[in-house]
Design a protein. Structure first.
Length: 87
């Protein structure tokens, strides 16, 4: 498995590699799945400038506030909702 890379330019533009998909996105939060876990990006006026899943590249612009790694993985979201429905 290759390492992912994150480049941030002046807290206004972020380029991330090894992106598998984007779970959710709006102007204040973006959830991305990397090859190894998840990534939560928060900010203001966030915009996906580029998303190329074949190359695994995501470029986000806007006012970047925070970046958090999560254990969230592809498919986990579905498992959680299935558990809630059973209750």
């Amino acid at each position: 498995m290759e390492n992912h890379h994150i480049a941030i330019d002046n807290r206004e533009r972020m380029t991330i590699t090894q992106v598998a998909d984007v779970d959710a996105f709006d102007e204040s939060v973006l959830w991305a799945n990397l090859q190894e876990g998840g990534l939560e990006i928060t900010g203001e006026k966030l915009n996906i400038e580029k998303l190329d899943l074949d190359q695994g590249i995501l470029v986000v612009t806007g006012e970047l506030i925070s970046l958090n790694y999560t254990d969230r993985r592809k498919g986990e979201k579905k498992k959680i909702t299935e558990r809630l429905r059973r209750k």
